[in-house]
Design a protein around this ligand. Structure first.
Ligand SMILES: NC(=O)c1ccc[n+]([C@@H]2O[C@H](COP(=O)([O-])OP(=O)(O)OC[C@H]3O[C@@H](n4cnc5c(N)ncnc54)[C@H](OP(=O)(O)O)[C@@H]3O)[C@@H](O)[C@H]2O)c1
Length: 281
C-alpha cells in the first residue's frame, strides 16, 4: 500500500515506524520544516516539506497514494489561537477536497480528530453517535473539519475519523504536567473526566484503520476515564507532594463539560489496546 502521512510529528512518526516495520508500505512523509528532513528520511521512501494548504505541494504528496493519513497539528503541545487551528485543519482539508478529482487512486483517508468535539453529558457515557457540541472556538474548527472531510467519502473512497484522547508516551510523559500543579488551587471541582491514549495505541489504531479499511468515526481512548481530581490526588500522593485544592467555582471562560467517552467501537473493530489505562503512579 502506498501511504502518505501528512504531518509526520509525534504520532505520524510512530505510525511511520510501525508501517515501516511491517514492510508492506511505500511511505511518503511530510513535515513543514526542511530541517526535519534528515530525521524523517530513514522512516520513509520520500520526505516532502509542505503545508497541506499548499495545493500543488499536497498534490505532489498524494498523487501516487492509495491512502492518506492526516495527522497535522499546530505546534505539538503549544497552545495556539483558533485562527492557527483553522489554518492547520480546515484549510488543509479544504485543499484536499479540491484536489480529490485529480486523485482517483486515493481510496482511504484517515484523520486524527479529537474527543474535544463532544459536549457535556453530565458525566454519562458517550459514543460516536453522540451529538458534537463544540464548547469553544478550537473545537468548532475540529467539528467543521470533520464535517468537511466527510464530503470526501464516496463509493470508491473511505473516510475514517479517529477521535483521540490526550496523547502521552515517550517524550510526552503525562505525570510532570500534573506534578507541577501540586499544592496549587485550581478552579472548579476537578470532577470532570479526562481521557488518555498512549502514542503507540494511536499509531496502532491508525494502522488498523488502514489495514481494515475502516470507514467511520472511531473514538481512540483507553479503557479508563479519570476524574481529574482523582488522578491528581493519586499522582501527588505517590510523589509525596502536597495535594491540589479545588476552588469549587466553575471556570468562567469555558463551561464545564463532563462525559465519559466509550471505546467500545474501537474494541469491536478488533483493536487490542497496548496500554489500556494510565499506569506508573
Ligand atoms: N496532542 C494531543 O493530546 C492530541 C489530542 C487529540 C487529538 N490530537 C491530534 O493528533 C494528531 C497528531 O498530533 P501530534 O501530537 O502528533 O502533533 P505534532 O507532534 O505537533 O505533529 C504535527 C505535525 O503536523 C505538521 N504540520 C503542522 N502544520 C501543518 C500544516 N499546516 N500542514 C501540514 N502539516 C502540518 C507538523 O510539521 P513539523 O514536522 O514541521 O512540526 C508535524 O509534523 C493531530 O491531528 C492532533 O490534532 C492530538
Amino acid at each position: 500500500m502506498r501511504v502518505t502521512i501528512v504531518g509526520c510529528g509525534y504520532v505520524g512518526e510512530a505510525l511511520a515506524r510501525l508501517l515501516g516495520a511491517q514492510a508492506q508500505s511505500h511511505l511518503t512523509l511530510t513535515t513543514t520544516r526542511e530541517q526535519r528532513r534528515a530525521e524523517l528520511e530513514p522512516l520513509g521512501h520520500r520526505v516532502l516539506a509542505l503545508k497541506a494548504s499548499d495545493a500543488p505541494a499536497l498534490k505532489q504528496a498524494l498523487e501516487a497514494a492509495d491512502a492518506a493519513v492526516l495527522c497535522m497539528a499546530p505546534g505539538g503541545d503549544r497552545q495556539v489561537d483558533a485562527g492557527v487551528y483553522a489554518a492547520t485543519y480546515r484549510d488543509s482539508i479544504t485543499t484536499l477536497l479540491a484536489l480529490l478529482p485529480d486523485l482517483p487512486q486515493l481510496r482511504q483517508i484517515v484523520y486524527t480528530s479529537s474527543c474535544g468535539v463532544y459536549g457535556d453529558a453530565a458525566g454519562g457515557w458517550v459514543d460516536e453517535s453522540a451529538p458534537v457540541v463544540p464548547r469553544d472556538a478550537h473545537a468548532e474548527v475540529l467539528v467543521e473539519s470533520e464535517q468537511l472531510l466527510a464530503q470526501a467519502r464516496s463509493e470508491q473512497r473511505r473516510v475514517c475519523v479517529l477521535r483521540l484522547g490526550a496523547i502521552y508516551g515517550p517524550g510526552r510523559d503525562w505525570s510532570p504536567r500534573f506534578k507541577a500543579l501540586a499544592g496549587t488551587t485550581r478552579p472548579g471541582d476537578g470532577q470532570s473526566h479526562s481521557h488518555w491514549i498512549h502514542r503507540d495505541d494511536v499509531a496502532g489504531a491508525m494502522a488498523a484503520a488502514l489495514a481494515g479499511a475502516w470507514d467511520q468515526t472511531v473514538n481512540v481512548v483507553d479503557d479508563q476515564p479519570w476524574r481529574v481530581a482523582e488522578l491528581l490526588d493519586r499522582i501527588c500522593a505517590a510523589a509525596e507532594l502536597p495535594p491540589v485544592q479545588w476552588s469549587g467555582a466553575s471556570p468562567e471562560a469555558t463551561p464545564m463539560v463532563d462525559r465519559r467517552i466509550s471505546n467500545r467501537r474501537l474494541r469491536s473493530l478488533g483493536y487490542e489496546l497496548l496500554h489500556p489505562t494510565l499506569s506508573g503512579f
